[in-house]
Design a protein around this ligand. Structure first.
Ligand code: G4P
Ligand code: NA
Ligand code: NA
Length: 191
């Protein structure tokens, strides 16, 4: 999506460790008009997928997920993050390891928000190693609901998450796809 690539070129900074800082429109300050356009684009790409709900993880997935839900006219559920959980009977939970922060988190969704006849779309801000998406896939499997697609605002195609989603046979839509960081600049994938 050219609009998003231009915004990344303009406002993104490449940090050591292959991290793209985009905290003035996505990860801290949020640009609502841009989020609306991203949501419309996800809705267009998944228009025929029969989506009934959107799943994301707090916190940075929420803005693009809510805008996508607005355009698809379906509810949005964000999994909550916890250090470790007790009393989990009413929850679906999964473990998520963050490579960037080197910590294990549990994520959870209340059972009453997922039904076996749901077809969900997973939306997130970044696809890097795919741990957050894997956690949501684990929850979907436990809840016996179908995952119709994964939409990410920015994927770093050279990390593990892209291949993991493709190998799972799930439709993956990235609105900006980064092939590499070279000399502190972003190279986008051609396709
Ligand atoms: P993964 O889910 O793809 O495995 O991500 P990973 O564990 O590698 O990264 C952990 C956190 O860092 C995630 O946010 C993820 O979205 C974010 N992240 C990964 N790569 C980048 C990057 O290049 N730039 C930025 N800005 N973030 C990146 P999180 O811990 O879930 O935090 P948040 O959702 O509360 O923001
Ligand atoms: Na995230
Ligand atoms: Na993040």
């Amino acid at each position: 999506m050219k609009l998003l690539e231009d915004r990344i070129r303009q406002d993104g900074t490449v940090l050591p460790g292959n991290v793209l800082k985009v905290d003035n429109f996505l990860n801290h300050q949020v640009d609502p008009q841009l989020m609306d356009q991203l949501g419309a684009e996800f809705a267009r790409r998944f228009a025929d997928a029969g989506i009934t709900k959107i799943l994301t993880v707090e916190s940075s997935g929420i803005a693009p997920a809510v805008m996508t839900g607005l355009h698809l006219q379906v509810p949005v559920i964000f999994a909550r993050k916890h250090k470790s959980l007790t009393l989990t009977d009413h929850l679906y939970t999964a473990k998520v390891f963050s490579y960037t922060k080197q910590v294990n988190n549990d994520i959870s969704i209340d059972r009453r928000f997922l039904n076996p006849d749901d077809r969900v779309l997973i939306i997130d801000d970044f696809l890097a190693n795919g741990q957050a998406v894997q956690g949501l896939l684990d929850i979907a499997r436990t809840a016996q609901i179908e995952v119709a697609g994964v939409g990410v605002v920015i994927e770093k195609r050279f990390q593990k998450g892209h291949k993991m989603v493709i190998d799972a046979g799930i439709q993956l839509e990235a609105l900006a796809s980064i092939a590499a960081f070279e000399n502190n600049t972003v190279t986008f994938a051609e396709d």
